[in-house]
Design a binder for this molecule. Sequence first.
Ligand code: ADP
Ligand code: MG
Length: 233
Amino acid sequence: NENKIRELEKLAVVGELAAGIAHEIRNPLTSIIGFTQIISEKIDDATIHEYLGIMMRELDRINSIVNEFMFIAKPDETMKVSTNHINELIIHVIKFMEPQSNLKGIRIIFESQAEAITAICDHNLLKQVLINLIQNSIEATDENGEEIKITLERVSADQYAIHIRDKGTGMTSDRQQRLFEPFYTTKEKGTGLGLMICRRIIELHQGTIEFKSALGAGTEAAIRLPIKIESCE
Ligand code: ADP
Ligand code: MG
């Protein structure tokens, strides 16, 4: 279908660009961030200090975009699998996201079945997926104290599922079809790379990710992953 082709074409272009550009930008960027930090520690002037703070925040933003590009360029090389407690991993991510959700009065609730789930995964990459999804949910939710609910369950002897549900803006089916397209964003400061990267990571783990959403009602992301990953070469 047409969307799929457009997506693949963009991805090929993005991949090539990413490999070259991200690499070239990374080293100079690291040194700019380092020196900006040092200058800001030495400066007392309040106004300049404020400007340097803004610079640091914007540099952080460039840094995370560059990191996203690096991942597009070489996704499998960065994959390191080990055995992980998925319950703990989710709790860890929630703790990490709470300062941000608290700012909007949003509660993140975790419900898991009694039995703990242990599975093989790259814990950094899986955390990245959960952070991206929770971030999107926070961004889609009004400051009205609504909840974001995360559930973890075992679906069979060799599979488990993670669901992330928000009561945010939701999406039209049009928008849902374009979710995983690189650079597809409806946000002023979005990169449109988050969900594309989520899907790449989940596919590397031999799992699936699907969305259900209704405009005005909210969105649910459903991830299904194997407990064990077949031969990772
Ligand atoms: P970004 O967050 O940088 O815009 P993403 O790839 O993470 O890029 O998301 C792409 C688009 O999908 C978002 O701009 C938004 O329109 C839509 N989207 C993703 N998650 C949600 C959600 N939970 N609720 C509503 N819209 C969403
Ligand atoms: Mg996002």
